[in-house]
Design a protein around this ligand. Structure first.
Ligand code: SF4
Length: 130
């Protein structure tokens, strides 16, 4: 008896196999799920490609900002309009236009360019000291 339980006959194994198949028989829903899974996989691959493109774009922007900052540092330190880190060429009407970068000097709102090399880097009003 104990030997039969451990070692089922061929008929018993086939019967068990059929019972298992009837329980996990593929259904229409399962087929739909596989198709949806394939679609999701395709979207993930497409998203990964877009992400790679975005990373390249961001990397390009980082290089551009680094170059502007480098040129800006030189312009900032040699510009006649920079007086003690405040630019006297630009005036702004509102402190919120560049939060944390606007100071009041001599009755006007001006841009604090010290530590803001990017601004000098793109500024068209640069004038070298003689
Ligand atoms: S480069 Fe432009 S922003 Fe910078 S100090 Fe000169 S005028 Fe001002």
């Amino acid at each position: 008896m104990a030997l039969e339980a451990v070692n089922p006959s061929v008929e018993e194994r086939e019967g068990e196999h059929e019972r298992v198949e009837s329980v996990i028989e593929p259904t229409v829903e399962l087929g739909g799920f596989e198709r949806r899974l394939g679609e999701v996989e395709g979207r993930v691959v497409e998203f990964a490609k877009r992400l790679e493109g975005l990373e390249r774009t961001v990397s390009g922007f980082e290089e551009l900002i680094a170059a502007i900052r480098c040129v800006g540092a030189w312009k900032c330190s040699t510009c006649i309009h920079n007086v003690d880190g405040v630019c006297y060429a630009w005036r702004v009407r509102d402190k919120t236009i560049l939060p944390g970068r606007v100071v009041e000097k001599d009755g006007a709102l001006r841009i604090a360019v010290r530590g803001f090399e990017v601004f000098c880097g793109v500024c068209p009003l640069y004038k070298p000291r003689r």
